[in-house]
Ligand binder design. Structure first.
Ligand SMILES: *Cc1c(COP(=O)(O)O)cnc(C)c1O
Length: 350
């Protein structure tokens, strides 16, 4: 028999209190509306098994995933009718699966509505394309007989630019408003994380935050209210002393100008710590900033520990993952930073 693997040298500390706090904060900002949760992409990389029980415990009753394959992981924690699949049925097999499992398909087109009806139909959600041109029925389709015959429980649209101050959100809201009357019995839903900060006009009956649940700051209105949820840490594999003129890492991109002490740390781009961290990036140890040296490897990075010579192999270093800051340092979006986090981390909720 293969023995149990020893603990990973990479860990992701997940702050369940921060997640709960963020959901309550967004719920308070949502006013009278109910507050759901986007839990697609394994709850934005945090893990459905971590996030969904916390969110359900706080009172969340609407969970959104993208793919059919993501539904079962959420249904392990909440009733099937609270799980919405955003891509909708793309085949008869998927429509049958939704019927059998009892999950809520999000219908995005007239052909999808026909597939759903063909499989026997039943309660569903309906997505309106209000100008993003990605998924959803056109405003003109709301009176299509197949659409009109659906049992729509949630009628939604999605904002493209709520994180900016342009006019697109207001334009989308206007298109959404014009179609609402066709679905009087449905819960109405427009706002994502950023949309919640646009004010009560955008809340309707249900909001659908994702990013901000997991610590993302989508708009200045969230700053100071949303707490960080993910805290990656990696262990030091080796410490070495290098002389002036020695080079570090692939392609020798860093050359030491003086003698220095460096540590090799077991996190790399395969863990989602992409090469875009090199240059301005750093790791942390007990409040000290440790500059990254040279390129990020697949499984390792090297940092300068000259200012913290007490560091030894086996010590844990913190990866600074405050999302707005990490986004500025790397040029990656806060969404990418979360969903990149790989599966070599031991995920610990604390
Ligand atoms: C991902 C998604 C959300 C959540 O968006 P955030 O910007 O992460 O808050 C809400 N609604 C739909 C349709 C989505 O695809």
């Amino acid at each position: 028999m293969v023995p149990d693997a020893p603990p990973s040298n990479l860990r992701l500390k997940l702050d369940g209190d921060a997640l709960a706090h963020n959901w309550r904060t967004l719920d308070a900002m949502s006013g009278q509306a109910q507050t759901g949760a986007a839990v697609k992409a394994d709850a934005y990389g945090t893990g459905v098994n971590f996030a969904v029980p916390v969110l359900h415990g706080e009172g969340c009753r609407h969970f959104f995933v993208a793919h059919w394959g993501e539904a079962a992981g959420v249904m392990a924690h909440v009733p099937a009718e609270q799980v919405y699949v955003l891509h909708g049925p793309t085949s008869a097999a998927e429509a049958d699966y939704a019927r059998q499992a009892g999950t809520m398909p999000v219908i995005n087109s007239v052909p999808q509505a026909k597939l759903w009806a063909g499989a026997g139909g039943g309660p569903c959600a309906l997505m309106l394309d209000s100008g993003m041109n990605r998924l959803g029925i056109a405003a003109a389709d709301v009176s299509d007989p197949v659409i009109a015959s659906l049992d729509v429980r949630v009628f939604m649209s999605h904002l493209a630019s709520a994180d900016e101050n342009g006019t697109q959100s207001a334009d989308q809201r206007e298109i959404y408003e014009r179609t609402l009357g066709h679905f009087p019995g449905a819960v109405h839903s427009l706002a994502n994380s950023a949309g919640i900060a646009l004010g009560p006009d955008y809340n309707y009956g249900l909001t659908r935050p994702g990013l901000s649940l997991y610590g993302g700051i989508a708009r200045p209105e969230h700053a100071g209210k949303i707490r960080q949820v993910v805290h990656p840490q990696a262990q030091v594999l080796q410490v070495r002393h290098i002389a002036a003129g020695e080079r570090v890492g692939y392609n020798g991109e860093f050359t030491a100008s003086t003698a220095m002490t460096v540590a090799t740390v077991c996190i790399g781009y395969a863990d989602g710590f992409l090469r875009s961290w090199a240059g301005a990036g750093y790791l942390h140890h007990a409040g000290k900033r440790l500059q990254l040296l040279g390129k990020v490897s697949m499984d390792m990075v090297v940092v300068d520990i000259s200012s913290a010579p007490g560091i030894t192999a086996g010590d844990w270093l913190d990866v600074p993952y405050h999302l707005p800051t990490a986004s500025r340092v790397t040029g990656l979006s806060q969404y990418e930073l979360l969903t990149l986090l790989g599966n070599r981390f031991d995920r610990h909720s604390a």
